[in-house]
Design a protein around this ligand. Structure first.
Ligand code: DI6
Ligand code: FE
Length: 401
């Protein structure tokens, strides 16, 4: 410990995951962890002894945490984009066998190496935008073997790239054609085979569901929650995106880490989330892509003290947007979050949505996952959509580019 490298950033404008610090600050990292966070004027004369000063000026924030992505998939859906421009709805496309199922066909056909290569390109863009932690869901395989294939790709991304990866099994994403008219039979497969196989292989850190009229009912999702609990995995849920089924309240009562989308969330759902410590994950990219008009109940979530995270939902259908800082902008412009709320939502509260609390803030003792930006004010990250502002990305004290 004593000979761990000491690295320092001086004269930075700090956003620590919760608060903006207008006066110049120093952040000192020892080994993997943050050792000191102090205003420059209070910095002890010998505080930098033995430290390597890695930068002066700029804005320092926690590394960005994208807590909801579907990064691993085959093919693309530009044709459906054009159909939607002509007025066909997302639900109609899904009902005609397109949508998620079109990506399922392409994902099943793709080799693991192909899936890796395509996802890696998307990941590289996100790292260049400041991501230090990313959650990656399966959900486009929908057989035991194909779901595991996608989860292996997600794990391998975390092994081959300098980023923390959390994997989520989303077997209950859509009803595969082999189970048409037998949704309960498919949920049996998810509960009795997929979840146990994912646990046995160590490939899943959590379990997710799509609770919606075009996907699975609350009762079916509850069976998945029970199976996840039996196997010791935390749960997350896509709920109230296109309609209100009461899915948020049900997931919260089962102890969900997060409920995601929630445009149609009602007061009962908000109360259940507040009572159970569930994080709300806002996904403005899907709202934007589908040209939704109903916004999530942001003010009611604030009033109830429910923490709000913001993520890309990066996926080939409803959010082909793989730029986390764009989501900061959209969360403010479309959902009226403050820039500070949006930034907390992609750092501290995004970590919370993954059940993590030892990164996502810049505070003494935290893991040193940081970003240094070539800007003057943290709110610029939400205000302007402008790539290439990242100066340094730091993962557990390791400075990357
Ligand atoms: N909600 C979404 O927005 C994505 N999945 C989900 O459950 C859509 C995925 C897709 O259209 O491919
Ligand atoms: Fe999603």
């Amino acid at each position: 410990m004593s000979d761990a490298p000491i690295q320092a950033w001086c004269d930075v404008r700090l956003f620590d995951g919760v608060h903006d610090h207008p006066e110049p600050m120093a952040v000192i990292v020892r080994g993997e962890r943050i050792d000191t966070v102090v205003p420059m004027r209070e910095l002890a004369a010998d505080a930098l002894d033995g430290a390597k000063v890695l930068g002066r000026g700029g804005v320092l924030t926690p590394g960005l945490v994208d807590c909801h992505t579907h990064l691993v998939f085959g093919g693309q859906r530009a044709d459906e984009f054009e159909q939607r421009l002509e007025g066909v709805s997302y639900q109609d496309i899904a009902a005609a066998g397109g949508g998620i199922l079109s990506t399922v066909r392409a994902t099943r056909q793709a080799s693991e190496a192909e899936l890796f290569e395509r996802a890696a390109a998307r990941l590289e863009a996100m790292l260049a935008d400041g991501v230090t932690t990313i959650e990656i869901k399966s959900g486009y395989g929908l057989t035991v073997a194909d779901e595991l294939k996608c989860l292996r790709v997600a794990r391998e991304l975390g092994e081959r790239y300098p980023v923390r990866v959390f994997t989520t099994l989303l077997g209950a994403h859509a009803l595969p054609p082999e189970y048409a008219d037998d949704a309960d039979g498919y949920i049996d497969l998810v509960c009795r085979e997929m979840i146990p196989a994912a646990v046995e292989s160590g490939l899943a850190d959590a379990v997710d569901v799509f609770c919606e009229k075009i996907a699975f009912s609350v009762a079916q999702c509850e069976r998945v929650y029970a199976a996840a609990a039996e196997h010791g995995l935390p749960i997350k849920a896509h709920v109230e995106q296109l309609s209100n089924l009461g899915g948020a309240a049900a997931a919260a009562r089962h102890g969900a880490l997060s409920v995601d989308h929630i445009e149609y969330l009602d007061n009962e759902g908000i109360q259940a989330m507040a009572d159970n410590g569930t994080t709300a994950v806002l996904l403005p990219g899907a709202f934007y892509t589908l040209r939704e008009t109903q916004c999530p109940p942001v003010q009611a979530l604030r009033d109830a003290g429910v923490p709000m995270a913001v993520a890309t939902d990066g996926n080939p259908g409803t959010s082909p947007l793989f730029q986390p800082t764009l989501m900061l902008n959209q969360a403010c412009t479309l959902f009226r979050l403050t820039p500070k709320e949006a930034l907390s939502g992609m750092t501290r509260y995004a970590a919370r949505a993954l059940g993590q609390s030892d990164f996502g803030t810049v505070a003494v003792g935290q893991i040193a996952d940081l970003c240094v930006w070539n800007i003057e004010h943290p709110a610029e990250l939400a205000y302007a959509v402008q790539p290439q502002r990242l100066r340094q990305r730091v993962l557990a004290g390791r400075v990357l580019g």
